[in-house]
Design a protein around this ligand. Structure first.
Ligand SMILES: *Cc1c(COP(=O)(O)O)cnc(C)c1O
Length: 397
């Protein structure tokens, strides 16, 4: 029996997987069970920030696995507190809480906002979030995620979430009531299709939150940790949020999430929130190694430069292929949008030619390579993408 059949027989059928079984990886490349090599422009959905099995990460995980995996938060542990120090030193935030995933980090941020509301806003509990956002898959987070397809099968949803159009300050203003405690948005919508707001949007939201004493929660689970060209994407918009959620690239492939908050917003008291696995020694040692490497080597600037190079290449492809409606991105969070639903066929053609890309939507490809990507990798990816487009378009005609 092959792995595809086992998956269909044994696994809950929720994932749309590409027909390839991956065995190992190194740097920008992964290899399947037949020995075929692929250039990886998916990176485990923007997670494998230093590329596959980076020596720095391997060493940190190895080292920690001989010392201590897990203790719970009933005790102090050194990897957790070293990571906390590093994050606080390099962010504009003053306190941190570690979770195990992006969903958990954002949900923790929302719980913090509800405590803010109960303390400072007469029990206000509603959180305004955006259409086409993505904040995770728990019941509360699908209520925050403004996409019908995630919400509909699970109604009734938890109360207290209002979804409004993204990139529209008036919509946030109109939705604000005396029950509102926070605004939750992404700096750039990742899963929603790499949607970049106009440059003033975050500033406008910041000003509105200040005026109404609401917490501004930025979900930087995808945009953070250098992906968009600065350590945190909000640093390009001239604002400082009250709460930041991180996850994906934070430990280069080991599960971790983090809620960061300013001193003012850190209103949790003992017992208000918790976790068994969150902040465990192994994940924190991994994350500390990854984050130190990213900061020391100024990887955010590198992703900005590499992103510019890639976007230039994508723009050239757009000129060549009229079926491409738009190309966009910031740093190494990039997308190609088609006039028609060509994304899956293009992704399959790329796969065939040894390139992994993410067909995020029927009409949209997303490119989220490891942050250590080099010009030669980008040129190679663009070359394969061009051939894939030629092949797909020939089939259409
Ligand atoms: C991926 C993602 C999440 C959810 O993270 P998980 O680790 O899958 O729970 C939340 N918010 C954003 C912006 C994301 O991109």
């Amino acid at each position: 029996m092959n792995w595809t059949e086992i998956e269909q027989k044994d696994y809950m059928q929720v994932f749309e997987r590409l027909p390839v079984t991956l065995i190992k990886g190194r740097g920008m490349y992964v290899r399947d069970n037949k020995g075929k090599r692929y250039l990886d422009f998916v990176a485990g959905i923007a997670v494998v920030s230093l590329g596959h099995c980076h020596p720095v990460l391997v060493k940190a995980v190895n080292r920690q696995s001989h010392l201590l995996f897990h203790t719970s938060n009933l005790f102090y542990t050194t990897p957790q507190l070293k990571l906390a120090e590093l994050l606080i030193k390099n962010s504009d935030m003053k306190r941190v809480f570690f979770a195990n995933s992006g969903t958990e980090a954002v949900e923790g941020a929302v719980k913090l906002a509800r405590r803010w509301g109960s303390i400072n806003l007469n029990g206000a509990f509603e959180v305004i979030s955006a259409n086409n956002s993505f904040h995770g898959r728990t019941l509360a987070m699908i209520a925050a995620t403004g996409q019908q397809k995630f919400q509909h099968p699970y109604e009734p949803l938890p109360a207290g979430f209002i979804n409004v159009p993204y990139n529209d300050i008036d919509a946030i203003k109109a939705a604000t009531t005396d029950k509102t405690c926070a605004v939750l948005i992404e700096a750039i919508q990742g899963e929603g299709g790499v949607n970049i707001p106009h440059p003033e949007y975050l500033k406008q939201v910041r000003a509105w939150c200040d005026e109404k004493n609401l917490l501004l929660i930025l979900d930087e689970v995808q945009t953070g940790v250098g992906r968009c060209g600065t350590l945190f994407a909000y640093r390009q918009s001239g604002i400082i949020p009250d709460v930041v959620a991180l996850a994906k690239g934070l430990a280069g492939g080991i599960p971790i999430g983090a809620v960061l908050a300013t001193e003012k917003a850190s209103v949790f008291v003992k017992g208000d929130h918790g976790t068994t696995f969150g902040g465990n020694a192994l994940a924190c040692a991994a994350s500390h190694a990854v984050l130190s490497y990213i900061i020391k080597n100024d990887i955010p600037s590198h992703s900005l430069n590499m992103g510019t190079l890639m976007l230039d290449g994508l723009k050239k492809l757009k000129q060549e292929f009229p079926c491409i409606a738009d190309v966009r991105g910031k740093g190494l969070l990039l997308a190609m949008q088609f006039e028609n639903n060509l994304a899956k066929d293009t992704a399959l053609a790329c796969l065939d030619m040894g390139l992994l890309v993410n067909n995020l939507k029927p009409n949209l490809l997303r490119f989220i390579p490891p942050l250590i990507v080099q010009p030669k990798d980008i040129n190679k990816a663009l070359g394969i993408l061009r051939k894939a487009l030629q092949r797909v378009i020939e089939q259409c005609e």
